[in-house]
Every structure is written in structure tokens, then in C-alpha cells.
Design a protein around this ligand. Structure first.
Ligand SMILES: Cc1ncc(COP(=O)(O)O)c(C=O)c1O
Length: 414
């Protein structure tokens, strides 16, 4: 594929130069049609058993996106009380919010308890605290199924090298703590890590997880976690995550479990990236082109403050070049360049030594797959206010869904 934005009609007939002129650059641009399509995909990930997808809003917590999730009928996961409050603000009722924190103070647990929000505890000590605060209450526990997966060590969240969850050998102790405070463990959740492109690690973990689940009586739900990948190398033909295969394999594992575990279990998942990643691009402007020690650099306003994934994880994002609003295709000639931002760090590189169409000052750079862990990880580093976010609606209209920060926002708390 030479151009994703052309292939999927990402801008829905709008000229990206008009968007850049109206909202400035850098700017996050979302496509509502793609977003809704992805939400519907995860909502159907389990078909033959009671099931709910929980969108993990750490990937993207823009209020407008939360409202679309609310309208589409999926539930949401929150990692902090800030995220819980955002969901409440967007209109989510308590029963559609699942609070999955780790290492939180009593105040956060208490907020969730007072607001009747289901909490998952991720250690014996957090369960103990919950028990003291809410004797006789109901909760979930996060289990480490012993198998992890992910695109970088820092996002593998199960297995032997992670701070998360409770391992199987501690299940008897878990039950003792629960008994002491008369707490009912009604749910179990797991999350093995983020970004795998094959269903296999998820299925393996689900099998272990449900084996552990058999040791608990009276469960009302089990949550298999998120982590489904998206093709970040789509311009070179990387294929989509096979959700249909996941459904087929996961339902087999569930069928085995249901043979001997009675009750009426609700199954859940917690995808973040898969829901939002492909639905957004970042538009940024090229302000400098230079050569240094025989290396060519393209300097843009998309710094690591705007998109930190390449700097933080060494992540790949496909990049397209737009001139006069249209993609410049690689077939018109290429050159190896590093596309960098405007932040005072040598690691501030969006695309390192990439073969890209020939880029000139004034061109727009379009960074693909920026909807997950993009804006939600933005910072005002180097005192650069965070950019605007805009949404292209299904009818092609463009609306601002978050204004750009201003200098006044930077000094507001002093
Ligand atoms: C507990 C938990 N659930 C769900 C997710 C969502 O993961 P992803 O965006 O890879 O689907 C994460 C992110 O790592 C997480 O920590």
C-alpha cells in the first residue's frame, strides 16, 4: 500500500492543509467512521457466550471518544480515579466502569467503593486495604496467569518479571484475606501485555487463567485483558490482527471451562490500542531540512512531547508526506532521512533513517496510527503546550474535540 490515507479515504474529502490552517500544527486528527468500526469489532470478540468489551481508556481518554464508546454500548476500564471521574463525566454509570488500579492509596479505593464501582485488587496488601475499607463487599482480583507478551519489556504485564497481579501460589492466601473481611471475590481479571499480532499468547494465557479461575467459587465474571495488536507497518503490507481466529480459539477455551464450572459467567476483555490506534493521525509541518555528517534530517513540529512512543519504546509509526494536501507517493522517488521533532533531546526522532518520499520545507508530515498512547501520553515538555485534537465525522464534517493548550494553561497553576 503506497498511501493509507488515500486507501481508506482518511480525511473524508477534506484537504489536510485546511485542517492544518484552521487548527494549527501539530494536530491530532481522528476519523469517526474508523473508530466506530473498531469499537464494533471488539464488541463482537466473543459471540456465543455472555460478553462485554471494556475499552481501556488509558489508550485514549478524550471525552468525545468516551461519549462515542458510551453510545456504542461498550464498557470501560479505568486505571486511576482521574480516569474514573472522566468516565463519570462522560455519562458512564457505575456498572459500566471497571477500576483496575495498582498500588493505590485508600482514598482511591474509597472513592470507587462510595461510587459503587467494581474494583480489581492487584496484590494481597491491596486486598487487605480494600477489606478494611469495605468489609462484606464485593471485588475482583487481578491474576498473573504466568504467561506474558508485548512489543517491549516495559509493556509485558504477566509472567515472571512484572510488578502486576497475584500469582497462582498465593491463591490460598488471597482466599484467607477475603474470608477475614467477609469479602466476596466475584471477578478475576488478567492483562498479559500490550501489542501481540497473533492470538496465540492470549489463548495460552486464557487457558491458564481459567484453570486458576476454577479454584474460585461463585465467580460472576472473568476478564481476559487487552493487548490485541494493530499493524503499525501497514504501508509495507503488515496484516491486521485476526480477530475472527481469536474468537474461534477463545470460545473453544471457554467451552472447556463451562463444562465443569457452573453458574452464569460474564466474559470480558480490556482492549485499548485496538480500539483507537488506527483511527488517528498526527499532522505536523516540516520547518527544516538539513544534512549533518552525511545523514539527512527532516525537522518537524511533531516532538516527543506530542508522540512519545518512538522515543520511549523505539516504536515504529508509518509516516506519509503530504504536499498541497495530497500524499507524495514513494513511487515518485525516495531518500533515507530521519524525521525529528523540535524538542531539545537527541532521542526526539519520530522515524529513524527511513526511506521516504523526498521531503521539502513546508510539507506536511502525517504520522499514522497515533490514536492509542498518543495524546494520552503527551506532555508539555520544553514548555510546549499540548496540541489540539479534531474529529472528522461520518458525514465528513470536521469538529474540534479538544482545543490546543495555550501559554496561559502552562502558567495557570503558579
Ligand atoms: C490492565 C490493563 N488493561 C488493559 C490494557 C490495554 O492494553 P492494550 O492497549 O494493549 O489493549 C492495559 C495496557 O497496557 C492494561 O494495563
Amino acid at each position: 500500500m503506497e498511501s493509507f490515507v488515500n486507501e481508506v479515504n482518511f480525511f473524508e474529502g477534506n484537504n489536510p492543509e485546511d485542517i492544518a490552517a484552521k487548527f494549527g500544527t501539530p494536530v491530532y486528527v481522528y476519523n469517526e467512521r474508523i473508530l466506530r468500526h473498531r469499537i464494533r469489532k471488539v464488541a463482537g470478540a466473543i459471540k456465543n457466550y455472555p460478553y462485554r468489551a471494556n475499552f481501556s481508556i488509558k489508550a485514549n481518554s478524550n471525552l468525545e471518544i468516551l461519549k462515542i464508546a458510551l453510545e456504542e454500548g461498550i464498557n470501560c476500564d479505568a486505571m486511576s480515579i482521574g480516569e474514573v471521574k472522566l468516565l463519570e463525566h462522560a455519562g458512564f454509570p457505575a456498572e459500566r466502569i471497571f477500576f483496575v488500579p495498582n498500588n493505590v492509596a485508600d482514598e482511591e479505593l474509597k472513592y470507587a467503593i462510595d461510587h459503587k464501582i467494581m474494583v480489581s485488587l492487584d496484590s494481597l496488601s491491596q486486598l487487605e486495604r480494600f477489606g478494611v475499607l469495605n468489609p462484606g463487599g464485593k471485588c475482583a482480583v487481578r491474576i498473573n496467569p504466568g504467561v506474558g507478551a508485548g512489543h517491549s519489556d516495559s509493556v509485558v504485564t504477566a509472567g515472571k518479571n512484572t510488578k502486576f497481579a497475584v500469582e497462582e501460589k498465593d491463591v490460598p492466601e488471597l482466599k484467607k484475606v477475603a474470608e477475614k473481611h467477609m469479602i466476596k471475590i466475584v471477578g478475576l481479571n488478567q492483562h498479559i501485555g500490550s501489542l501481540f499480532m497473533e492470538p496465540k499468547p492470549y489463548i495460552d494465557a486464557a487457558r491458564n487463567f481459567l484453570r486458576i479461575a476454577r479454584q474460585f467459587e461463585g465467580l460472576e465474571f472473568v476478564d481476559f485483558g487487552g493487548g490485541f495488536g494493530i499493524p503499525y507497518h501497514k504501508l509495507s503490507g503488515e496484516k491486521e490482527f485476526d480477530m475472527d481466529l481469536l474468537t474461534e480459539e477463545l470460545e473453544k477455551v471457554i467451552a472447556e471451562f463451562e463444562k465443569d464450572y457452573g453458574g452464569n459467567i460474564l466474559y470480558k476483555s480490556e482492549p485499548g490500542r485496538y480500539v483507537v490506534a488506527d483511527s488517528a493521525v498526527i499532522l505536523g509541518r516540516v520547518h527544516a531540512v538539513k544534512e549533518s555528517y552525511e545523514k539527512r534530517y527532516v525537522g518537524t513540529d511533531i516532538g516527543q512531547n506530542v508522540l512519545v512512543r518512538p522515543t520511549l519504546y523505539g516504536s515504529w509509526h508509518d509516516v506519509e508526506v503530504l504536499r498541497e494536501g495530497k500524499p507524495v507517493l514513494p513511487s515518485s522517488g525516495t531518500r533515507v532521512v530521519s524525521v525529528t521533532g523540535n524538542i531539545c533531546e537527541s532521542g526526539d526522532i519520530i522515524a529513524k533513517e527511513r526511506e521516504l518520499p523526498i521531503i521539502g520545507e513546508g510539507d506536511l508530515i502525517c504520522v499514522l496510527d497515533a490514536g492509542a498512547y498518543g495524546y494520552s501520553m503527551c506532555s508539555p515538555y520544553n514548555s510546549r503546550p499540548r496540541p489540539a485534537e479534531v474529529m472528522i465525522g461520518e458525514d465528513g464534517s470536521v469538529r474540534c474535540i479538544r482545543k490546543a493548550e495555550t501559554f496561559e494553561d502552562l502558567i495557570r497553576l503558579f
